[in-house]
Design a binder for this molecule. Structure first.
Ligand code: PMP
Length: 391
């Protein structure tokens, strides 16, 4: 609900644009099967827990001191991980991290957005983007995705040319649709962004500012074979930032560690807007502990990808009121499906059977995260039951 401004006889000087705003709120309910916020269903193994505990104990011995402000060791570990995962070699100075990729993106908007400037994205997409724009006083504009949720390059380029944003946000794979972008699409957006004349970023010495393009790859590890990461475009594109997170593939949503890869110059700009010591010594230590187990954790991602493909195939075979369900192609750890005349009734029916999914996306669609085999089975049984009831 919106914040209360009135306290007895007093009134808080809330910014007017916040008056009707509610805090981000996917319901956190106590339900047996949680498939609503795209978490990794597998808790860390005892081996991962032990390494994290060791690293955190070492950090605890130095907690009287502020942490390493520039988290050099963690940046080197993250660069090593990206080289292993995507085959792209990066210097530690090209890595940035913060408390979740949410905070990484807020840093991007704080550094490159701001009053008089515009950020552009293409809907349906991640619901937090407009909030980063609001909180950094950046004007927010959305273009659209096509009916299969891919990006129409011509429309994207036109939107960028018309709006002259300083930041373009592209999620790939996209939330809530699961759609990954081909590299040619990202390249076309980068070309258009490089031509933009950004408000109050004057040309100097023949150099034009151009817009920053953020490719949000929170779900990149779940992409299907043959879909390359935008990390491959970093060389030669100083305006590109590729954002990642340990929340999904690393099964560490509770850790709050997001990061990005970009040119050194772009990373340097983010250092200006971060709060001092924003990444606690405990966070840095725990993240390094989890990263030491990257091979085990990436193995689990393979299992989840196979489970995702099975779930897509199963949903495509479901018929509701005489028609096959529509199921979006997914390169992520969730699947968007529909459409339902009353999606809330389907969501509610599932919840009544102990399965929480997310009522999000375009009208009539629902999103389910990929769980363990038994959680996914519980979802399939519950959905079969609910649809029979609503037939
Ligand atoms: N980007 C996308 C597309 C997401 O779906 C999410 C999480 N739901 C995030 C970023 C933020 O993730 P975190 O802050 O946990 O890194």
């Amino acid at each position: 609900s919106a914040p209360a401004r009135d306290v007895g006889d007093a009134r808080l000087p809330l910014r007017p644009e916040l008056a009707d705003e509610a805090p981000y709120g996917a319901p956190q309910l106590d339900v047996p099967v949680l498939l609503n916020v795209n978490e990794n269903p597998y808790p860390p193994s005892e081996a991962v827990v032990a390494t994290i505990a060791e690293h955190v104990a070492a950090a605890a011995r130095g907690l009287n001191r502020y942490p390493d402000r520039d988290f050099d060791a963690l940046r080197a570990d993250l660069a090593g991980y990206l080289a292993r995962e995507s085959g792209v070699g990066l210097a530690p100075e090209q890595i940035w991290a913060a408390n979740g990729s949410n905070e990484v993106m807020l840093h991007l908007l704080q550094a490159f957005g701001g009053p008089g400037r515009t950020a552009v994205s293409f809907a349906p997409t991640y619901s937090m983007y407009p909030e980063y724009a609001r909180d950094s006083h950046t004007r927010w504009v959305t273009g659209r995705r096509q009916s299969d949720f891919t990006l129409d390059v011509e429309h994207a380029v036109e939107t960028i040319e018309r709006e002259r944003p300083s930041v373009v946000l592209l999620a790939s794979p996209n939330n809530p649709t699961g759609t990954a972008l081909p590299l040619e699409t990202v390249e076309a957006v980068l070309d258009a962004a490089a031509r933009v004349e950004v408000a109050d970023a004057p040309e100097a010495d023949g150099r034009r500012a151009g817009a920053v393009v953020v490719v949000d790859e929170a779900y990149a590890e779940f992409r299907r074979p043959g879909t390359p990461s935008a990390l491959e475009l970093l060389a030669g594109h100083p305006h590109l930032a590729v954002s990642r997170t340990m929340s999904k593939a690393f099964a560490a949503a509770g850790l709050r560690l997001g990061y990005l890869a970009a040119s050194r110059a772009l990373v340097d700009a983010l250092r200006v807007v971060r709060l001092p010591y924003h990444l606690s010594a405990v966070t840095q230590a725990a993240a390094r502990g989890a990263l030491a187990h990257r091979d085990e954790l990436l193995g689990q991602v393979q299992t989840l990808r196979a489970e995702r493909d099975d779930l897509v195939a199963w949903l495509r075979a479901v018929r509701h009121r005489g028609e096959a369900l529509q199921v979006a192609e997914s390169d992520a750890n969730f699947v968007l499906f529909g459409t339902f005349a009353d999606r809330h009734a389907v969501w509610r029916g599932l919840l009544d059977r102990g399965v929480l999914i997310r009522e999000t996306g375009p009208d009539g669609w629902l999103r389910v995260s990929v769980g363990t085999p038994s959680e996914t089975a519980a979802f399939r049984d519950a959905l079969t039951d609910v649809l029979a009831e609503l037939e």
